[in-house]
Design a protein around this ligand. Structure first.
Ligand code: F0G
Length: 482
């Protein structure tokens, strides 16, 4: 949306929707929060939602639906096989992406599972701009390996680069030469990149890399889960694309890829997923996995109500007003905190605001999970639930040593169309307070450490009594009841 002009105020991000249904929030007193985070093993995934004030864990499956989406749910066609809802969804996706073969799945990682199962053989190398936790785990579980070839500058926390998710073409060339194209079944491009701060990739870079790999017979796969935000950034940051509509940009991107998959928990404001396959034979070869792991070919584990709603959600994603709100709120949050001197991942990207935990808690070694500690501390300081995106989110090396993450972040997700600006201001305020009291925060260690995706269900304890001291200082500042 064009920036709304103010008479007596600097421009502010603006909600281009109004609230029709609300959910009451609960702010527990700070000492109760201390008990809750202890019960949750200092892992914000294990908190109960009723004990959280601002749930910024994720933008996945918690986006607000529109009135149009809700009403569409009423006409969902219940059928095990041949649901009309499926055909409406398939036709809408074909209309947007220009690909007619759709495999429905229950969520994004199910797409990753099926793609990996179809393509990956032990020893294979999969090229990516950057990995996502579940996309990598499915590949390594099958004996494959991931090469992350994002440009080095994408990993620099503080930057003004518009497209930090861009892949390094020279590294891609070198990788193909080293591995041999026959050992690289596909390249996966994530638009935008989740784990380096929701940072986008440019159209030009996607075009260049797909043109580079195609002559080698390497299949091109787009992870479009975060495409909504990436579309906004292409339109607003890529000079040659600024006069194109979101629909035109989407089709230009789609034309570069053989396979496009998405988590509809993000792309489509709903819960579900899907794989679009350009080649008919490849589509039929993958079908068996859907019936085996997901459900029949016309629902793939999704509820038809959600499918009906996401079909409207896909169309809403083509509306620049709709997709602007998330990135603009994130930019506001990042810019204000950056001005306050809090180390942030800049520029603001999609998905959420990202705090550079390595720099905030430079006194905590990576082996004691600074991003995990800061995430737990932020719950104590305001009931704000973020997500650790750092070393805890990595898996250990085969020899058991820690794989230290290249970026150590706390992610404060902005579910789409959910939070207001005053709630955003509250979060900014508490992050600033915590930053000013960062010396009080100490490290964490695992007491229960799952082998795969340990960040989801692992339990930790503090290395000292730092949480008590932090709560003491917080209560002295804001009172016992806050
Ligand atoms: N790809 C990307 C880029 C994602 O961000 C996610 C999920 C997935 C795939 C998997 O999709 O959750 O539907 O199975 N990201 C969530 C998050 C979990 O919180 O960032 P899913």
């Amino acid at each position: 949306m064009p920036e709304i002009k103010f008479y007596k105020h600097d421009p502010l991000p603006m909600e281009m929707h109004k609230v029709k249904i609300v959910q009451k929030l609960n702010l527990l007193p700070v000492r109760d929060r201390l008990n809750k985070i202890k019960e949750a093993g200092f892992n914000t995934f294990l908190l109960h939602n009723g004990d959280i004030f601002m749930d910024m864990l994720t933008d996945s499956g918690v986006n607000a639906m529109s009135d149009e989406m809700q009403s569409a749910m009423l006409r969902a066609d219940d059928a095990y096989a041949g649901s009309e809802t499926f055909y409406r969804m398939r036709d809408k996706l074909e209309d947007i992406f220009g690909i007619k073969y759709l495999l429905p799945t229950h969520q994004g990682r199910a797409c990753e599972h099926i793609i990996a199962r179809h393509f990956v053989k032990p020893g294979n190398c999969i090229i990516m701009n950057y990995h996502f936790t579940t996309s990598k785990a499915h590949i390594t579980t099958l004996g494959g390996r991931v090469e992350e070839l994002v440009k080095d500058e994408g990993l620099i926390a503080k930057s003004t680069l518009p497209f930090k998710g861009n892949i390094d073409l020279d590294k891609v060339k070198a990788c193909i030469e080293k591995e041999g194209a026959e050992n690289i079944p596909y390249i996966r491009i994530e638009a935008g990149t989740n784990l380096i701060g929701g940072q986008p990739i440019s159209y030009e870079n996607m075009k260049a890399v797909t043109e580079l790999v195609k002559p080698y017979g390497i299949v091109t796969v787009l992870d479009a889960s975060l495409l909504q935000d990436n579309l906004y950034f292409i339109k607003t940051r890529e000079e040659s694309m600024k006069d194109k509509s979101i629909r035109e940009i989407t089709r230009m991107i789609a034309d570069l890829f053989d396979v496009i998959y998405f988590s509809a928990r993000k792309f489509g404001f709903c819960r579900g997923g899907g794989i679009l396959v350009r080649d008919e034979k490849m589509f039929h070869d993958m079908e068996d996995y859907i019936t085996l792991y997901e459900g029949f070919l016309t629902y793939g584990g999704m509820s038809v109500k959600e499918m009906e709603a996401m079909t409207i959600g896909f169309e809403e994603t083509m509306d620049f007003d709709v997709i602007s709100q998330g990135p603009q709120f994130i930019k506001h949050c990042v810019d204000v905190l950056d001005d306050y001197g809090v180390p942030m991942i800049t520029p603001g990207g999609g998905l959420g605001a990202h705090i550079n935990a390595k720099e905030v808690l430079s006194h905590i070694p990576s082996e004691e999970y600074p991003a995990g500690a800061l995430t737990a501390a932020l719950y104590l300081c305001g009931g704000i639930r973020g997500m650790e995106r750092g070393t805890m989110s990595e898996e250990r090396n085969p020899d058991g040593s820690e794989r230290i993450a290249s970026v150590e972040m706390v992610r404060l997700a902005f579910p789409r169309r959910v939070f207001t600006l005053s709630q955003t201001e509250y979060v900014i305020d508490r992050v600033k307070w915590l930053y000013d009291h960062r010396d009080l925060v100490g490290g964490l260690r695992f007491v229960h450490e799952p082998k795969t995706l340990r960040f989801f269900t692992g339990r930790l304890e503090p290395v000292s009594d730092w949480p008590e001291k932090l709560v003491e200082a917080y209560a002295a500042e804001f009172g016992e009841d806050q």
